[in-house]
Design a binder for this molecule. Sequence first.
Ligand SMILES: C[S@@+](CC[C@H](N)C(=O)[O-])C[C@H]1O[C@@H](n2cnc3c(N)ncnc32)[C@H](O)[C@@H]1O
Length: 236
Amino acid sequence: MGSLTYFDFLAKFGVGGAHPGGIHLTQSILANEKINNQSVILDAGCGTGQTAAYLYQQYGAKVFGLEINPIMVEKAKKRFQTLQLPISLIQGSIEEIPFADETFDFILSESVLAFVNKPKALKEFYRVLKKGGRLLANEMTINRPISHQEAAEIMNFYAVDSLLLEEGWKQLFKTAGFQNIEIHAHNLPLSHGNQTPEFNFSENFEPELFHVLNEHGNIVIKYQDTLSYRIISVTK
Ligand SMILES: C[S@@+](CC[C@H](N)C(=O)[O-])C[C@H]1O[C@@H](n2cnc3c(N)ncnc32)[C@H](O)[C@@H]1O
């Protein structure tokens, strides 16, 4: 069942906080920012909407979720309805963000940028951020240069077009025009993952998705010294 992807697994299992460190890391990153009830925030690739919900509940911010996967959109919508949160949810791509220039004070990209056309999405992030706005990202990063064969295995599993070292990320953000580029390493492997997982299973899902889950486990363990993540914060 080669056609089922890691994202099919995340969507059908309804994994919330699908990024390293989970909601706890998110909360500590947000606590360092000047967010209030006037802040206009885009959760780019919001998944099932756990962070978007937190942004409204904690700060009363004006929150927008953008997500490409229809199953994720459905689950996020359900979350916001159930909790009665006034969060706008838009189905679309971060490579072509359906918002006007200089709309947002903050953009969050929690394990999303790594999976798309990075220069294209960064150009869009820059365009829709206000001057002085902040982009906060938590993205997969390799700790050392790796062989072609290793890269192919990882890139094939995650369906990504490149794997970046910290320096690679830095260059990309710089090229996109961002300033105050700060990159924090937590020095934890991806296997550290999200210690407080949340699931929202679809009624029906392909049993082969367990195979994808298993394959993911194998990759994070095999590359635990190599495959990590960085918290990247920048200003427009
Ligand atoms: C690893 S998950 C992270 C989800 C969420 N940010 C979280 O932390 O729980 C990546 C998410 O990005 C979404 N995604 C992938 N490509 C996208 C794109 N081009 N535009 C918007 N969302 C995208 C996927 O559907 C998935 O929900």
